[in-house]
Design a protein around this ligand. Sequence first.
Ligand code: PFF
Length: 477
Amino acid sequence: MTNRGNFSGRIGFILAAAGSAVGLGNIWRFPYLAGENGGAIFLLVYLGCILLLCYPVMVGEISIGRAANSDAYGSYSKLGGKKWGYLGLFGIIAGIMILSFYNVVAGWAFGYFLHISFGDLLNEQDFGGFFGSFVNDILNVSSVHGLASSNLIFSLVFMMLTAVIVTRGIQKGIEASNRIMMPTLYIILIGIILYSLSLPNAFSGVRFYLIPDFSELKIQTVVDGLKQAFFSLSLGMGGLITYGSYLSKKENITSSAMVISAADTSVAFFAGLMVFPLVHFLAFKLHIDPTEIGTSGPPLIFVVLPQIFHEMGPVLGRIIGGSFFLLVCFAALTSTISLLEVPVAYLVDQKKYNRKHVVWVMALIIFICGIPSMMSQGMVAALNNLTFYKGQDFLTFISDMSDICLTIGGCLMSIFISRRWGIKNMDTELAQGNDRYMTSGVRKYLHVTINWIAPILLGSLSIVIILEKFFGIENLI
Ligand code: PFF
């Protein structure tokens, strides 16, 4: 086997995998889902999903990759035969789909970072109106608030940054960039939390976030929690199979996966701890009830937060707002590199293409695939209002489809381990680097989850999401 590259050790792997997990999902999607689903109760459900289901699935994925020492397609076909290779391909396609829309939202965050840090976006009077026109006209290169603006360019630059890192390979590119971005991300996050907790009315936000109201617990809360936990940990599409394939046999997978899950969960938790005090501060300033502030969907970070930064005054607003969007860009970049690595690893391992060429070609193709998502925010009416998808926009459609692919991918992966590769082979893999694994309680817990809980729960979840999305049965749950 040619030298495919590898992580330098445990820390490099953990940082890279945690970087993949920590992303827009934590900083943007988690707080608004928590806001919509009753705050603290959602947090509890989410933690339950991570423990009960996501951690075992993560261990399973990493062990498949390390055992086979190959990309997602190569790993499944090597351990389970050619037909199972299609499951790897399914994951690769899901990853491409995710990266296509993810890069668009990352481009918005990059644009906001530039506009707030170097332009005068915070002087805006109508942040909702600004966001609407910002996402609507992707070619608008005219000067907005003193800075040239074009989503097409922002998103292209973001994809190019991703590609530059991935061309540099595992250690010099992916690992090295995560070693810088992940610690910086934590520092910025903690800095903003400390500042937001010092604002008037901040603790009303903390109370909403941390004191559960069990009457808010609905099936929808559980469905949203599971979907979010799965997406947030980058499970179900072969990303961790790919990263696992670069991990040395000396490393302990079960404990590394624990650290990765904890790192991801802590960032999601901290993002809520940053956002809710800010939202309650804004409510206080505007003399309104916090529930009147629309915190759902993209507007949370692109409309509500900029308005809050505006309230902080020109200097502090620019510093805190600029840092916030830099944080979002770092979080997104550590995830986009893992998403791009999945098809790249496939083409390098299976087709023996040159890594650098493949990276640039894939980056370009995926960027182009993202253009319909970009144009679906008002620019092209047909994409903004999909008739076959309840009038929702194309970006939402692709994002929902990815959720479905991830849960189906996770379900089939657990079936693959328990019914095809064999849970004993997973045990043998996990015992390497962990002498005590065979006699540990973790082993029993992984067996029960991977044999039964994951296939049943993820299979049912996939069906529920499909029914909910396509047949509008949301009122039933
Ligand atoms: N986990 C990332 C987030 O929370 O934003 C998204 C993601 C990255 C999903 C990589 C899947 C993946 F392979």
